[in-house]
Write a protein that binds this ligand. Sequence first.
Ligand code: BYC
Length: 311
Amino acid sequence: MEDEALLKKFQEKIDSGIKIEPKDWMPEAYRKQLIRMISQHAHSEIVGMLPEGNWVTRAPSLKRKAVLLAKIQDEAGHGLYLYSAAETLGIDRTEMLQQLLSGKAKYSSIFNYPSLTWADMGAIGWLVDGAAIMNQTMLAKGSYGPYSRAMVRICKEESFHNRQGYEIMHTLANGTPEQRAMAQDALNRWWWSAIMMLGPSDSQSPNSEQLMKWKIKLESNDQIRQRFIDRTVPQAEFLGLQIPDKDLKFNEKTGHYEHGEINWKEFFDVIAGNGPCNKKRMIDRINADKNGAWVRAAANAYAAKKAMATA
Ligand code: BYC
């Protein structure tokens, strides 16, 4: 009975828009769902550094290189905010990282695709960060205080990432025929994976209903996907590039774009570990963890020595 009363009070709090804070009572399932989502999100930021890291040494100018480096560093920062937000729920960062490195934890499907040309840096900023912002501005209004506040800051930075990506695409789309073709090719390769990264369709999304009841998510995967498509298609038209979807059409009555069939088999294959780069991403993260071990040991030793000196 006590639990039922607590649950009722908890739901009332959520329904009236009061944020849940770390020390507040919360159902175990709410805590678990948040840990799952926030840790997956943190891992996505960290693994997401890899496809862009691939182009740092080959950026076409010093200015482009500085911008790309700043973006990649921001992603590391996002990972830090998110691991910290997850830690407020009682899980340790080391445990989350172990789950990533052992292959137990998921990270976003999108980062299992290769970045083959410089235009991919444009497409990632424009489409991947663009889709992420659509989702994250919604998550910023979510019910768990630390996660929603982390989202506010992350969205501000993502907005810069999105603009720099679109600006790269704009430059290429208005460049030589070869540059234009490169921009189109990047759009062709990233479009479908970007709309898939917003999660499976609502009929295949087991977590959405509960997450929406708890206002962790305020909208479903398909709703966000629709908003992303409606916003992005006119941007592609402005660039003079073709969205690679022959069934895409604007519905005057609904005011929305209708899209062709999404290849959900590909999506589920990728999240099961069989995408083009899943193995490489894991090897790179495991090596980064090994190579960074001495830095963590030195930092811990320094902190311990300082603590002893001030004790
Ligand atoms: N990839 O019930 P569903 C960035 C899984 S990084 C892999 O709909 P939910 C950036 C899902 O986990 C931004 N797995 O789940 C960084 C679930 O499996 P489990 C990344 C996915 O939670 C660097 C199952 O499928 N953003 O911006 O209701 C450079 C069923 O799905 C994916 C976030 O992480 C996926 N795409 O909704 C550039 C945002 N989608 O866990 C850019 C936070 C679904 O039950 N996360 N799955 O085994 C979310 O908003 C939600 O978790 C999702 C999925 C919309 C992703």
